[in-house]
Design a protein around this ligand. Structure first.
Ligand SMILES: Cc1cc2nc3c(=O)[nH]c(=O)nc-3n(C[C@H](O)[C@H](O)[C@H](O)COP(=O)(O)OP(=O)(O)OC[C@H]3O[C@@H](n4cnc5c(N)ncnc54)[C@H](O)[C@@H]3O)c2cc1C
Length: 557
C-alpha cells in the first residue's frame, strides 16, 4: 500500500523547503511529502501521482506565485484529485484571495504565514484535514493503460469514456516503443487493438465499455433488486435527483449509460451556474455532484443503458440492454438530449478520427499549434472555441446563420470577439470531408454565394444541437412530437372544465404532479422534459424538486 501524498507548492524556495520539512517531521512516516516551486510543476507532479495510481490527501498552495496563483492551481488540481483537502497559504494582505478561494475552489482552510510554532498553528489544521480525507478518500486511481492507434475511433471512445469517468489512464500508441512493449508483454498483435492493460497487468483485448470501467473499479451492476428510487441518466438533472434522493433516505440507484456529467460534463466552462462567479468546468461541477450523491448512499451504476420501463402494480420496473432489470417504487427519467450528427459526405467515416461531437476534452492538448474548426453558433460551440483557443494556433467557427447574436449569450460573443485566435465565419456550412485514415480536408460552402472552398483541416468539433433519445419510451409515457417527455400541466387534466379523465390509463384520483409523466410515480426532469429550460441550474433544480414529488407519490399514491 503506497503512502498518501501531502503536496506543498510555494515559489519561494526557502519557504517551500521549510513547509516540506515541517510536514515531513510530523507526517513523513505515513505520508509521502511532495514539494514543488510553481503551479505548473505541482500540476505535473499531481499528474504523475495520478498515473501511478497513488492518492493525494492534502494540498497546500501559496497564493502569490508568479505564473499561476494558488487559487488557479487548486482549481486545476481539483480535476485530478477532487477529494484532496485544500489549503491556501496567504500573507496577511491576501485574506481577500482566501475568501474568493472558498467560493471558487471550495477551500478547506487558509493559513496565514508565518505559522510558527507548527505544533500550534499548522499540525492541528493538517490533522483535521487528514482525518476528514480518510473518511472520504479519492477512489484509488486504477492506472489503466490503453494501447491503440492514434487515429482509431474506438481507442478515442475508450479514452473519452475513462476520462469522463475520472479514471486515471495513460494512452500509448501501438507504434511507439512503450506501446509495442505492452503489446508484446500481453502477447497481443497490433491487429487486435485497442488493448487495455489494467493495474494488475491483465490485458483486455478490444474490451467493451463495461469491461473497462469495471476494471477501473466502478460499478456496472445493481447490488439490489429493489430500490425506492431509480434515476435514469447521470447528467445534472439525474445527479440532482440522486443527491436529494440519497440525502433524504431513499434507497437510490443512478443508472448512466456512459459517464456521469452528461452534456454539462463536457463543458469546458460554465459561467452562469449559481455560486461560481469565476465559472466552473462542467467536469469539476459534476464530479463533485457524483461524489456528493455517493456520499449520501446513492449507488451509481455506469455504462448501463436503460431500454425498457414497465408498470407492475405499484412497482416500476426498469430494464437494461442485456435484459436484466431492477424494480423501483418511483423512477426519475433524466436522460437529457444527445448531439445531432452532421450529415455530409465523408464525415461519418472520420468520426473519432479528427471529427468529434462535443468538446472531446481528451483531444484538446493534441490540437496544440494546429487549426481547429468548430461547427455551431450556440453557447456550447462558443465555449469550445474559447477552450480550444488556449491550445490551437487558430480556431475557425463555422456558423450557418448570419450572426452569433441570435443563438449565443452576449458575454460569450464578447469573449470571442476579443480573442485574436478565433475567427468566425458566418453563413458557412461544411459540405464534405476527406482524408486517409484521419481527417485531412474539409469542403466549406458560402450559403449566400454558393461558392465552395477546400481547406486543410485535421480537427473538426461539431455542436449543432441535440435531440432526446426516448424511442424506448414509445407507448409507455406520453411524449411530444419531437420525443420530449410530457409532464404535469402539459398532460390532459383529470379534472376541470374540459371534463377530461387525465392521461390514458391514469388511475390516481388526482392530476399528475408538476414533473410527473403520464405514468404515476414516473417523473421526468431536465432537458428530456418537454418545455424545460435547457440549462444546468434548471436541470439540477428539477432533479431536486422531483424528489419531493416522489415522497408525495410514495406517501399517498
Ligand atoms: C458543451 C456544452 C456546454 C454547455 N454549457 C452550459 C452553460 O454554460 N450553462 C448552462 O446552464 N447550460 C449549459 N449547457 C446545457 C446543459 O449542459 C444541459 O442543459 C444539462 O446538461 C441538461 O442536463 P440533463 O441532466 O437534463 O441532461 P444531460 O446532461 O443530457 O444528461 C443526460 C444523461 O443521461 C444519460 N442517458 C441517456 N439515455 C440513457 C439511458 N437510456 N440509460 C441510461 N443513461 C442514459 C446520458 O448518457 C447523459 O449522461 C451546455 C451544454 C453543452 C453540450
Amino acid at each position: 500500500m503506497t503512502r498518501p501524498v501531502i503536496l506543498t507548492v510555494d515559489d519561494d524556495p526557502g519557504v517551500s523547503r521549510a513547509v516540506a520539512r515541517d510536514l515531513r517531521r510530523e507526517y513523513g512516516e505515513h505520508h509521502r511529502i511532495v514539494r514543488a516551486e510553481s503551479g505548473p510543476a505541482a500540476l505535473e507532479a499531481l499528474r504523475e501521482i495520478a498515473l501511478r495510481g497513488e492518492q493525494v490527501a492534502v494540498i497546500l498552495a501559496d497564493q502569490r506565485m508568479p505564473r499561476m496563483s494558488g487559487v488557479e492551481f487548486l482549481e486545476q488540481a481539483m480535476d485530478l484529485f477532487p477529494r484532496a483537502r485544500r489549503v491556501l497559504l496567504t500573507a496577511y494582505a491576501d485574506t481577500d484571495a482566501a475568501i474568493t478561494a472558498i467560493n471558487v475552489v471550495d477551500l478547506d482552510h487558509y493559513l496565514l504565514k508565518p505559522w510558527d510554532p507548527p505544533e500550534e498553528k499548522l499540525y492541528p489544521v493538517v490533522d483535521g484535514l487528514l482525518a476528514a480525507w480518510r473518511e472520504a478518500p479519492d477512489r484509488p486511481a486504477a492506472s489503466i493503460r490503453i494501447v491503440g492507434h492514434r487515429w482509431s475511433a474506438r481507442s478515442y471512445e475508450l479514452r473519452d469514456l475513462v476520462a469522463r469517468n475520472q479514471v486515471a489512464y495513460e494512452f500509448r500508441r501501438a507504434d511507439e516503443p512503450e506501446g509495442a512493449r505492452l503489446l508484446a508483454a500481453a502477447g497481443v498483435g497490433a491487429e487486435r487493438l485497442p488493448v487495455v492493460v489494467t493495474e494488475d497487468g491483465t490485458a483486455l483485448v478490444q474490451p467493451t465499455d463495461g469491461e473497462v470501467v469495471e476494471a477501473a473499479g466502478l460499478a456496472t451492476t445493481a447490488s439490489r433488486a429493489v430500490y425506492d428510487l431509480v434515476v435514469v441518466g447521470g447528467g445534472p438533472a439525474g445527479l440532482g435527483a440522486s443527491v436529494y434522493g440519497g440525502s433524504e433516505g431513499l434507497r437510490t440507484a443512478l443508472i448512466e449509460s456512459r459517464a456521469t456529467g452528461g452534456q454539462a460534463g463536457t463543458s469546458s466552462r460554465i459561467e452562469n451556474y449559481l455560486g461560481f462567479p469565476n465559472g466552473v468546468s462542467g467536469d469539476q461541477l459534476t464530479t463533485r455532484a457524483r461524489l456528493q450523491a455517493e456520499k449520501f448512499g446513492t449507488e451509481v451504476i455506469t455504462t448501463r443503458t436503460v431500454t425498457g420501463l414497465e408498470t407492475r402494480g405499484q412497482s416500476r420496473v426498469v430494464r437494461f440492454d442485456d435484459g436484466t432489470e431492477v424494480t423501483a417504487h418511483a423512477v426519475v427519467l433524466a436522460t437529457g438530449v444527445s448531439y445531432r450528427m452532421l450529415d455530409c459526405p465523408g464525415l461519418e467515416e472520420h468520426t473519432g478520427q479528427g471529427v468529434f461531437y462535443g468538446a472531446a476534452a481528451t483531444e484538446a492538448n493534441s490540437c496544440t499549434d494546429q487549426d481547429v474548426y468548430v461547427v455551431g453558433g450556440a453557447n456550447s460551440a462558443g465555449q469550445a472555441a474559447m477552450n480550444f483557443s488556449r491550445h490551437a494556433s487558430r480556431v475557425v467557427m463555422l456558423v450557418r446563420g448570419p450572426s452569433l447574436e441570435a443563438s449565443m449569450s452576449s458575454y460569450l460573443i464578447e469573449q470571442i470577439r476579443a480573442n485574436p485566435r478565433i475567427e468566425v465565419r458566418t453563413c458557412t456550412e461544411v459540405v464534405g470531408a476527406d482524408g486517409t485514415g484521419h481527417l485531412e480536408k474539409l469542403t466549406l460552402r458560402d450559403r449566400n454565394s454558393g461558392a465552395e472552398e477546400t481547406v486543410e483541416a485535421s480537427w473538426l468539433f461539431v455542436f449543432i444541437g441535440a435531440a432526446p433519445r426516448t424511442d424506448w419510451l414509445e407507448g409507455v409515457v406520453a411524449r411530444d412530437g419531437r420525443g420530449f417527455v410530457l409532464t404535469g400541466p402539459d398532460l390532459p387534466r383529470r379534472t376541470g372544465e374540459t371534463g377530461e379523465k387525465g392521461p390514458p390509463g391514469w388511475e390516481p384520483a388526482r392530476d399528475p404532479f408538476h414533473l410527473e409523466t403520464s405514468v404515476p410515480g414516473v417523473f421526468a426532469v431536465g432537458d428530456v422534459r418537454a418545455e424545460s429550460v435547457k440549462r444546468v441550474a434548471s436541470a439540477v433544480g428539477e432533479g431536486a424538486m422531483a424528489v419531493s414529488l416522489v415522497h408525495r407519490w410514495l406517501e399517498n399514491g
